[in-house]
Write a protein that binds this ligand. Sequence first.
Ligand code: ADP
Ligand code: ZN
Length: 735
Amino acid sequence: MGKDSLDLFGAPKALRAVPVMVPLPVPKPYSYLVPEGVHVEQGSIVQVPLGPRQVFGVVWSDASDDKVDPAKLKQITIVFDCPPLKGDMQQFLDWIASYTLSPPGLVARMALRAPTAFEPEPMVEGLRLTDARPERMTPARTRVIATAEDGPAWTRIGLAHAAGVSASVIDGLTAHGVFEPVFLAPPPVTATPDPDYAQPVLEDIQQDAADQLIASVRAREFNVTLIDGVTGSGKTEVYFEAIAETLRQGKQVLILLPEIALTPAFLERFQNRFGAKPAEWHSDLAPRMREKVWRQVTEGHVHVVAGARSALFLPFENLGLIIVDEEHDPAYKQEDRVFYNARDMAVVRGRIGAFPVVLVSATPSVESRVNADQGRYTKVHLASRFGGAALPDLHLIDMRRFPPARGGFLSPVLIKEIGKTVERGEQALLFLNRRGYAPLTLCRVCGHRFQCPNCSAWLVEHRFRGILQCHHCGHNERSPESCPECGTFDHLASCGPGVERIAEEVEKVFPDKRIIVLSSDMMGGIKRLRLELEAIAKGEADIVIGTQLVAKGHNFPNMTLVGIVDADLGLANGDPRAAERTFQLLSQVTGRAGRSGLKSRGLIQTYQPMHPVMQAIVSGDPEAFYEREIAERERALMPPFGRLASIIVSADSRSDAEGHARGLRQAAPAVSGISVLGPAEAPLALVRGRHRFRLLVHGKRGADMQGFVRAMVENGPKERGSVQVQLDIDPQSFL
Ligand code: ADP
Ligand code: ZN
């Protein structure tokens, strides 16, 4: 040991300890020693030993109160050659952990989703033209040299392609010293978008809206704008201007979209405006691409990301704007491990990073509407469709007066209108938010109902595939021929419709029309869905029958009729947002019609035509709906006028789950303004063999819900055996 590594007392000089957050459900960072001569800083991505394993982690901000004896600390094993996570990103992750009551390590993990990208991307081998020329020239060689003169460096294959020769010609030239090897930076996942590539001519009200957004970008500070504009009003066109302005400032942009994997048309539109596609980020991305995007986002080489909610956790180098398109969409809520709403967290991200956030919807969430009405958000309203296109004419079909034929689900009124539409050579869309053929199968002799063995749910018949399937756990069995209870053959009845069954009915009435069924469980996955959606947009189908995935963001120019098969479907459950959700979904779906200016209609089948939601939709006056809904929430102190938190307790046995839930209830502190409902057996009482109980915590606006729930968990019974507790602040689902 050298002299300078000894301190005055002859002991080894102490190494510096730093806190490291590991991507595991841990409550705080652990301390590790920094090896001598190694540089780490806050945000450095490192590898550390943890028990017998090596895990990666992030050097967290200081304030470690770890009182571990330094002699027992282990050393960091690797410091990755990767830009450190920025301070605002850590602040964001810490904020989410404390807001959602999640272990900070699990939240940090969401920002580190591409471990293989911590190492720099390998350089690419390339060739550069030298001054040497071969003695013998051939036409192929001449072409290669002429082509190569056009660029600083080439890959071997790229040059061969560009010059239209085989790679052996290149190799021959390299052997003669005409090319020398060089290393090239890895190619970018997408070209740099140009803010001035193809600026549209905006209509006056669009221009006013764009000007407001541009002003908020120029302010270079945190602000939130809500763009509330009818379907087809040009909201996308308008927020593209905010993106352009941010790019001019040299900053990065994140666009959140609920179904990015299914909307390739969006990427093309972006490309038409900016001359390059945005980078995509979603769970269907190939792993190699994921790494590249993550790495290039953190290095600042990717300028715009269009992604699903998880894109919020990309460690941007210099983020300057977040757009949340379809901000009302329930897909923004994650209900797994860390329960968070990406729309709300986008606003938090903007506040911490001091940049603008733009929320966009034709049917904003009540929460965002209230925030805009109360002046916390700037509101931008686009009241009419672009180019004078009319919104569809909406009508209710009272199913009590115009019932379907026996065994059918479509009213003669709707069938007649479909007929007229397809005769004109236009397209019709039938919407039913139910996959499969029938949601329930029962025996007409003994009344036996086919239920999932693991869940409190009926098995859904999928006739195309010949199976009964549980939509909660995926359990499936072959469609039976006889009743397992009484043994009778041929007396099983399919009850109620799914999209497959509607397709069957439509095929009978319109045997020579081209019919496409679209639902997320179709064979062929995302690829096939994309192709089908493209085919529909090109007019290659007459009648489309689909679940909610047809509702989102698609542009079908020739679609002029939308029929809602069962508008009452979403109203029945005890969800406090049922009315809002139904209103949003039906407005969204009917908004698919008539976008290119053709006269269009929306027909809504309902058994409750007087229901306020139905009335609001056909009245063409969404304001009336919002006013009523907001007043009702205010009276009941429901969000955003009050706060909710759900606690879901599950266990292998019903009594364990119930007992634990009761224990939590008893541990609730006495606080004025906060009360606990339950425990009660969850509407979905059994999922994947686990019994579920729910508690609902309700508080006044401004109540410390997190403190209250934390106290319940800390003072309540410890999680033992199979018991699991999930905390959901601002719940969207009550099942
Ligand atoms: P929204 O997002 O509000 O549903 P979009 O931005 O998709 O509306 O616009 C609807 C359609 O109108 C799109 O096909 C879009 O290209 C077109 N459009 C809107 N504004 C303009 C404009 N100023 N110039 C040209 N086309 C426009
Ligand atoms: Zn199941």
